[in-house]
Design a protein around this ligand. Structure first.
Ligand SMILES: CC(=O)[C@@H](O)[C@H](O)COP(=O)(O)O
Length: 258
């Protein structure tokens, strides 16, 4: 059974970023190859040049996929809240992927600013998807601030390192069994996404690993198959790990070889 994000079921647990593609055509083909549940779009990119913004927006609209605007590149609560308000006007949605970045080397979230911005935006009717760490207490505060979805990082944005803290991600999953959880950022290869799904995550958000691949279209398809495999594996009730060997072929007696 797939999770609902603010009451909406997505067609796939793959969420795709739309930045850094070699060309708009390759972005289009990648989205068509992967059929993601949604794509995230940066308002700042849209506003950067009006003409480029217009053609990019028509491309996204033609893809007929749900859009989650984001506050990428915002370092303060004020910037993030203002960007979210502009995104609501431009994209005509209350959904917002909230990023309040703490510092440029790791691009890790400023969790204090994040909680404050999440509270302000939730009170104003936004459905907030917060980009956060795997910290349980921060997650509690985000829920108390009105968030009904959490997006913990796998690793720093663009690093491709995968799931840096499997223990923390597992603990978060166990602590919030009913909350839709999305691993966002740092995923490098499809096996990382598959692992996130096997851990019980409801979705993964991926940008750099697809856009930056030698063949983004094929990689998009590979990620789509990986998340599907992860969902199937979970539904199939995987075996428990054991410390000791257990013969997989039971034998009776000994072979008579002479
Ligand atoms: C586009 C977007 O939302 C990114 O901020 C996101 O966190 C993805 O990170 P990767 O580029 O590491 O996949």
């Amino acid at each position: 059974m797939s999770a609902e994000f603010y009451g909406v079921s997505l067609r796939s647990p793959l969420m795709m970023g739309t930045a850094q593609y070699p060309s708009p055509e390759i972005l289009r083909e990648a989205v068509q190859a992967a059929l993601p549940g949604l794509v995230t779009v940066s308002l700042r990119r849209e506003s950067a040049g009006e003409q480029a913004g217009q053609s990019f927006w028509s491309l996204i609209r033609d893809l007929n996929v749900s859009v989650l605007p984001n506050t990428a590149g915002c370092y303060t609560v004020k910037e993030a809240v203002t960007t979210a308000h502009m995104a609501r006007e431009v994209f005509n949605t209350e959904w917002i992927k909230l990023e309040v970045i703490g510092e440029p080397d790791t691009l890790q979230p400023d969790v204090f600013g994040l909680v404050e911005a999440a509270r302000i935006l939730s009170e104003d009717g936004f459905k907030v998807f917060p980009y956060t760490t795997e910290d349980l207490i921060v997650a509690e505060k985000l829920m108390a601030a009105g968030c009904e979805v959490l997006m913990p990082w796998g690793a720093p944005i663009g690093s491709g390192k995968g799931l840096n803290n499997v223990f923390g991600l597992r603990a978060l999953r166990a602590h919030f069994p009913g909350v839709p959880l999305v691993v966002d950022a740092g995923i490098g290869v499809p096996s990382h996404a598959l692992r996130a799904m096997e851990l019980g995550y409801d979705a993964v958000m991926i940008n750099t690993a697809i856009a930056g691949a030698g063949d983004p279209v094929t990689m998009a398809r590979a990620f789509s198959l990986a998340v599907e495999a992860g969902v199937l594996a979970r539904e199939a009730d995987p075996m428990e790990e054991r410390d000791m060997a257990v013969p997989s072929t039971p034998v009776i007696g000994k072979a008579m070889l002479s």
